[in-house]
Design a protein around this ligand. Structure first.
Ligand SMILES: Nc1ncnc2c1ncn2[C@@H]1O[C@H](COP(=O)(O)OP(=O)(O)OP(=O)(O)O)[C@@H](O)[C@H]1O
Ligand SMILES: [Mg+2]
Length: 389
């Protein structure tokens, strides 16, 4: 759990730091001095806290506007307010602003740790937290359709272009190769290692197990050695997905084509399943089998998004015929771009970084923007809090 303490008084920050000493219980603490309208460097969504301890003792009538805006935007944020006078007026406006706990300060200092524990319980109670993110599953209709390539590069576009916090999970535990598409960094930990230590899993552990491709794009790789994947259970994957969707805007999962119990956990939870094919008969035949299996498992309709990759003008089966053969609309098409796609894969650099102007990069960017909205950069949480200061 991340706890941020914000105050304009250095002595209050120091006092709170002392109170916490020895009572952190594994929480990650950060202290922020608020001074006028200055926003500290490096503040970003990525550092968004779970619990905010906000000192407003400096004003008799604390301004709750910015806090209200923040709790509205971030329903999982729990706020503990320190105020000079715990009047009825303050309590009512705090309640309206979505603040969980109000403490008179320094009068009720002795109750501080108890209030923090109450707030932490609230923040972690099952069912209290709304998932932050969307889970998108990518599956290839036939080997080599480009499912991994698109999953990895859509993730990059959502992070780089749309300022989303994205996690790519390579759940192709036998042959996973997503990391080679994006980086030459070594993965110290894989999905299998995380699964094995699932009882330790929280946002911090997940972030440390994943490789950072950008400050807001991380990859949890498949194990390098397929043997390490043996024994990974559906329960472990379920827990991993739980923590992932609580902490990332988009969780993109590359799954194997042979739908097993692990893949089914992803398919169950996924908002969208992207089925990637090429406009050729063997791909269409295999996709038909896969779609049939999906229907049997109850995944149908809007949840399935059929993607035709490597489309070339006047080559292959026309889209209309594909749609008819599969009784499924084609949701997204990407052009064939052999030179840039293979350069990207061979160098391990996202295509949009290597060849931003290439047709595939443009298609990925446009689609990411459509998914994510306008793509306006979001201000850090500190900035949000200071807008009305
Ligand atoms: N739009 C495209 N144009 C040209 N080449 C592409 C395009 N998309 C993907 N490729 C190429 O296709 C190759 C295979 O892609 P990828 O490994 O993502 O397929 P896959 O569906 O994940 O296959 P598998 O089932 O083996 O995991 C990649 O090496 C990539 O260079
Ligand atoms: Mg693949």
């Amino acid at each position: 759990m991340k706890i941020a303490v914000v105050s304009d008084k250095p002595e209050t920050l120091e006092e709170v730091r002392r109170l916490f000493h020895g009572h952190e219980h594994g929480a990650e603490l950060s202290f922020h001095r608020r001074s006028g309208e200055t926003i500290p460097q490096g503040e970003s969504e990525v550092d968004f806290p779970d619990l905010l301890v906000l000192d407003q003792t400096g004003s008799e009538h604390p301004d709750m506007g910015a806090v209200e805006e923040m709790t509205r935007r971030h329903p999982n944020l729990t706020v503990l307010l320190l105020c000079a006078v715990r009047s009825e007026e303050v309590l009512v406006s705090a309640m309206r602003a979505g603040i969980r706990e109000v403490l008179a300060w320094p009068g009720a200092k002795r109750e501080f740790l108890a209030a923090v524990e109450r707030a932490k319980k609230w923040a972690t109670a099952p069912g209290m937290r709304r998932p932050r993110g969307k889970l998108l599953g990518f599956v290839s209709g036939k080997g080599g359709s480009g499912a991994t390539f698109l999953a990895a590069n859509l993730g990059y576009a959502l992070a780089a272009e749309c300022h989303k916090k994205v996690l790519l999970i390579d759940l192709d535990l036998q042959y996973g190769d997503a990391s080679f598409f994006l980086t030459d960094q070594e993965n110290l930990m894989s999905v299998a290692d995380v699964a094995r230590q699932i009882e330790r899993l929280d946002a911090t552990f997940l972030a440390s197990a994943a490789v950072d491709l950008l400050p807001n794009y991380a990859l949890l790789a498949a194990p390098e050695d397929a043997e390490r994947a043996v024994g990974v259970t559906a329960g472990q994957i379920e827990r991993l997905l739980d923590v992932a969707v609580q902490n990332y805007d988009y969780v993109i999962v590359d799954i194997e084509r042979s739908i097993d119990v692990l893949a089914m956990k992803v398919l169950d939870r996924a908002e969208q399943i992207y089925l990637v094919i090429e406009a050729m008969l063997p791909f269409i035949r295999d996709a038909r089998r896969l779609l049939h299996a999906f229907r049997q498992l109850g995944y149908r309709g809007e949840k399935i998004r059929l993607v035709v990759n490597r489309l070339e003008k006047d080559v292959g089966v026309p889209i209309k015929q594909i749609e008819k053969a599969l009784s499924t609309p084609v949701h997204w098409t990407l052009p064939n771009d052999f030179a840039n796609a293979s350069a990207s894969v061979n160098q391990g650099v996202p295509i949009a970084k290597l060849a931003p102007g290439s047709p595939v990069s443009r298609a990925l960017r446009a689609y990411a923007k459509e998914l994510a909205g306008t793509g306006e950069p979001r201000r850090g949480w500190f900035g949000q809090l200071f807008r009305t200061a």
